[in-house]
Design a protein around this ligand. Structure first.
Ligand code: FCB
Length: 521
């Protein structure tokens, strides 16, 4: 899987060093105006922006451009979304909550992993994170300030069942009831992820055990029974590859093991089985009408050129390269290609497993960050995945290679292949080397660039009639970015981790405008 391959390449703490340089490419017009008006002196960035804007506006006013043209452009050329399109943000329990030992919560594998020396950036842990466990009301106000109508967040399994199974912990559940009530009181619909990697550490064998999918289903049934009075949408799992391969093959994520292929394939199987059994448990326990899906970071294949043969190659690659995970879930079987490739290492499947895994879904959620380019070729598979040139641009996280058309193909490929009833973009966003200025501003123009360009492609896929219903920006606020600790900021709100002060970045202002106008701005 391409993303896995990239995360494997980047060994912990040895991310390619980035030369931090600013390239100030100004429109030639503005540059000339500054020179000719004798303004070349040291200006702060804000002063500079104001100066450029002012000078350019003056130039425009005195030019021959018809005055109406500017006003007309701002409305007629807007890329508008369908009226019922849902805009929101996403987070996950271990990344934001903190309160690691409160109200009966016991450790997850991520608590243990992050407290093991050498596993995370500078030994960072989620002990406090954004302290959202206590500050959730403030965070709901951040959402409200954006005008968001939906919020995706996850439940910490070991708050509900501190030992993974057995007696539920009422205090854990009641915390989430309070969070839900606060969201609903502010007219924000909750979308809950049941598992975003924080597996209770007490479960013997973790995902190596075939019992873990069963206890996950019990937990999913319990939570959906208790919370479906307030929650209409549940995601079972988040990103199979990250809690299976990264946790048990490469060891970069919790629990940090490096096991051989046959065991890894079995763990992958337990991951998708957990999803399938949880779908059944939710259907059996939740209020009728509750919608069930999952949030998956399927590798996205973008045709090198939009011609029939390369589009077909992208579709084939989508199906085959995601065979252990999304393809198995959508088709209820492993592809012949996957079983042949794995041979004796293929997973051991018991009667009934594939039926559960293929349980019909109400919607498919995709987490989308980066593209893989693919071309048609004469090999038996019919496609070839392109190598990325070393000059390919990326965001602050080296694995986030920029290719905004990925959002279009992330919806189109699975839709063409499997015709899901509805789709959501359950995560999209990027890290940026955010700096807070002396007067408290964070001008994350690179994040706005990344997001704006991705949304143009989301607009394209929505206007072509693909069933994409909503978009959850990752993330509402800076948080604990797993093995990267606090070194990578993904939020549209800046968090000072010493004081817990939240400050909207430029990207938050921009996103508010997107939501208000229901259009790319
Ligand atoms: C995704 C994870 C999410 C966050 C983003 C940046 O893979 O689901 O928790 O780490 O990446």
């Amino acid at each position: 899987m391409a993303r896995l391959f990239l995360r494997e390449e980047i060994s912990l703490g040895k991310a390619p060093s980035r030369t931090d340089y600013q390239v100030g490419i100004l429109p030639t017009l503005c540059r000339q105006l500054i020179y000719t008006s004798g303004l070349m002196k040291t200006l702060t960035r804000r002063q500079f922006t104001r100066t450029v804007a002012g000078t350019a506006a003056a130039a425009l006013a005195s030019s021959t451009l018809p005055k109406l043209a500017v006003a007309q452009m701002s409305n007629a050329s807007l890329l508008r979304f369908p009226a019922d399109f849902q805009w929101g943000c996403a987070t996950a329990s271990y990344q934001i909550e903190g309160a690691a030992n409160e109200d009966g919560r016991k450790p997850s594998v991520w608590d243990t992993f992050s407290h093991t020396p050498g596993k995370t950036f500078q030994g960072d842990t989620g002990d406090v994170a954004d302290d959202s466990y206590h500050l959730y009301k403030e965070d709901v106000q951040l959402l409200k300030g954006l005008g968001a109508k939906v919020y995706r967040f996850s439940i910490s399994w070991s708050r509900i069942f501190p030992d993974g199974a057995g007696q539920p912990n009422e205090k854990g559940l009641s915390h989430y009831q309070h969070v839900l009530d606060e969201l609903l009181a502010n007219d924000i619909q909750p979308y809950i992820t049941l598992f975003h990697w924080d597996l209770p550490d007490a479960l013997p064998g973790g995902w190596e055990s075939r019992d873990t999918p069963k206890v996950f289903a019990d937990y999913a049934g319990h939570v959906s029974k208790r919370l479906s009075d307030r929650v209409g949408h549940f995601f079972t799992t988040n990103e199979f590859v990250c809690f299976t391969d990264l946790g048990y093959k490469t060891g970069q994520f919790a629990p940090g093991k490096k096991l051989p292929p046959a065991q890894v394939n079995q763990i992958r199987h337990h991951g998708i089985l957990a999803h399938g059994l949880a779908v059944q448990a939710i259907r059996a326990n939740a209020k009728s009408g509750t919608q069930v899906g999952l949030a998956e970071n399927a590798s996205v294949y973008v045709p090198v050129i939009e011609s029939h043969e390369h589009i077909e190659a992208a579709r084939r690659a989508t199906r085959e390269e995601n065979a252990p995970f999304l393809t198995a879930v959508m088709e209820g079987k492993y592809t012949d290609g996957y079983l042949q490739r794995e041979g004796p290492n293929a997973p051991k499947v018991e009667a009934g497993d594939m039926k559960a895994i293929g349980s019909p879904l109400d919607f498919l959620g995709v987490n989308v960050y980066t593209p893989n380019y693919v071309r048609a070729d004469a090999s038996p598979a019919g496609y070839m995945i392109e190598r990325r040139p070393t000059s390919y641009p990326h965001m602050a996280s080296p694995w986030i290679n920029i290719g905004p058309e990925v959002l279009y193909w992330a919806v189109r490929n699975p839709s063409d292949l499997w015709k899901p009833k509805e789709m959501y973009i359950t995560e999209n966003g990027c890290s940026s080397d955010d700096a807070i200025s002396a007067d408290g501003h964070i001008e994350d123009t690179d994040r706005v660039m990344y997001l704006r360009n991705h949304l143009t492609h989301l607009h394209r896929v929505a206007s072509e009639g693909y069933p994409v219903k909503g978009y959850f920006l990752w993330s509402l606020l800076d948080n604990f970015e797993w093995a990267d600790g606090y070194s990578k900021r993904f939020g549209i709100h800046y968090v000072d981790f010493k004081t817990q002060k939240r400050t909207p970045k430029l990207s938050a202002e921009w996103y508010r405008e997107v939501i208000q106008r229901n259009a790319v701005v």
